[in-house]
Design a binder for this molecule. Structure first.
Ligand code: PMP
Length: 452
């Protein structure tokens, strides 16, 4: 490391402040001081540069969230029974088969699946949307605000550039569908860059008025808001377990069966077939058609358990908890000099607990690295796999995103705002260099965790 006098002094000050703020919760004003739900990383102490440890502040939940503690416990309880599904004659295999089929029912129920809808388990939202893309009998209309997972899979794709307001964007979509029919409108339920929530029921009305179906990429929305296929009149919804506090590698596509039954099997192999001869195959219909191979039993059961727990916590309680954090986050960011919060729409009145900022001066990548290395705060810098949207709404090449959820508190928000303010005003206390993998401390003395 580069021990100049001034960096050493600043390092001492930063370490002191980090360990102070890591030890107790000092809350000024009203706010949620307790998490709504306990996550597996609750109270995690992590090392920072210079030798101290602090309580980890996880503001990267929009990328991937730790398991709910009840989900982690559930997984441990089911592991003794873990067995292959469908084919076994033994008790654990039959129990596992029954649990997976119950999970299919409860995941479908969670999103308001109709009789006859399929619940196809996938690895994640990306795979769910890629699966749907193989089944769409025509063109798909998308907005340019989409995550790449909802931009790239569609074979016959028409991209509508979103306007400065949601109202104008709906009008632009309506004009596009009126001018030329499409089979599907596929939209995100909430932007992973800005957290702005889209009016999915209104979008469904527009799609259906012009003979299109609607799919919602609910990767961001589902962990934070209840989605109901019937109430919002949606045809398909796709989501990921790892963003919904079940990071065990599963996701789902839920929706109408006919297109999926008519599509080629997403994966060819065992379980997807009724019968195979050397020169002939009879494919199954239903979810099995697209789920060849041994399923991710643990991931599926964890996803179902997580959604059940989100129901138990209550939709209103989740929304209220996150609304308070969102307000504090945005108010705090707006008060910081040289910070601009990125927005896609000037009339979006509902947003998830996500904020992406750009900085007037300096590198967000460096700030993100210093937040992690010096303050124990996890955020994300980049363009968030939404390059067209980011490049249109941001004046900079990268943004810094903070995202919260059911395990977050006002102390997390305040630690972030405090550290960000210091980094903007004073710069990092240690030296960093830019590597192909991003900004890294020149000397990193943080020990890796020992996990045996
Ligand atoms: N859509 C949105 C809106 C997302 O935020 C993400 C993940 N960042 C995805 C799709 C892709 O999710 P996954 O990586 O779980 O497939």
């Amino acid at each position: 490391m580069i021990a100049t006098e001034s960096t050493a002094v600043r390092a001492a000050r930063t370490t002191e402040s980090a360990s102070m703020s890591g030890s107790t919760t000092v809350v000024q004003g009203a706010g949620v001081t307790r998490p709504l739900a306990e996550l597996a990383d609750a109270g995690l102490e992590i090392p920072v540069l210079g030798g101290a440890t602090v309580r980890h502040v996880n503001l990267d939940l929009a990328a991937s969230a730790p398991a709910l503690s009840v989900v982690a416990a559930h997984v441990v309880k089911l592991l003794p029974y873990y067995s292959s599904v469908h084919r076994g004659s033994g008790y654990p295999s039959q129990a596992t088969t029954a649990l997976v089929e119950e999970a299919r029912v409860s995941v479908g129920r969670h999103v308001g699946a109709r009789d006859g809808d399929l619940v196809v388990f996938t690895r994640n939202t990306t795979e769910a949307l890629n699966l749907l893309a193989t089944a769409v009998p025509g063109e798909t209309v998308v907005l340019d605000i989409e995550h790449h997972a909802n931009l790239l899979p569609w074979r016959d794709r028409r991209v509508v550039v979103a306007r400065g307001s949601i109202a104008d964007t709906l009008a632009a979509l309506e004009a596009e569908l009126a001018a030329r029919p499409a089979a599907l409108l596929s939209v995100t339920g909430a932007s992973n860059v800005t957290g702005e929530v889209l009016p999915i029921a209104e979008l469904a009305r527009i799609a259906h008025a012009y003979g299109a179906r609607i799919a919602v990429d609910a990767a961001q929305l589902l962990p934070h808001r209840r989605i109901d296929l019937v109430a919002s009149d949606l045809d398909y919804v796709a989501f990921s377990g790892h963003k919904a506090y079940a990071p065990f590698g599963s996701g789902a596509l839920v929706g109408r069966a006919d297109w999926l039954d008519a599509a080629p099997a997403f994966l060819a192999g065992g379980g997807a077939v009724e019968h195979v001869a050397v020169d002939d195959v009879a494919w199954k219909t239903g979810a099995d058609r697209h789920e060849a191979g041994t399923p991710n039993v643990v991931g599926i059961l964890a996803l179902a358990r997580a959604l059940a727990e989100l129901e138990r916590l209550g939709d209103a309680a989740r929304e209220a908890h996150e609304a308070q954090l969102t307000e504090r986050l945005h108010e705090g960011l707006e008060a910081l000099p040289g910070v601009r919060v990125i927005r896609g729409f000037d009339d979006a009145d509902d947003r998830l607990a996500i904020a992406t900022i750009e900085l007037e001066h300096g590198s967000v990548g460096l700030v993100a690295a210093a937040l992690g290395a010096e303050h124990g705060i996890s955020v994300r810098a980049g363009r968030f796999c939404a390059h067209p949207f980011f490049d249109r709404v941001s004046t900079r090449s990268n943004g810094l995103r903070a995202s919260l959820g059911a395990g977050s508190t006002v102390d997390d928000v305040d630690r972030f705002l405090d550290a960000l303010g210091r980094l903007i005003a004073e710069g990092p206390a240690f030296e960093y260099s830019r590597t192909p993998g991003g900004w890294c401390p020149v000397t990193d003395d943080r020990p890796r965790p020992v996990i045996d």
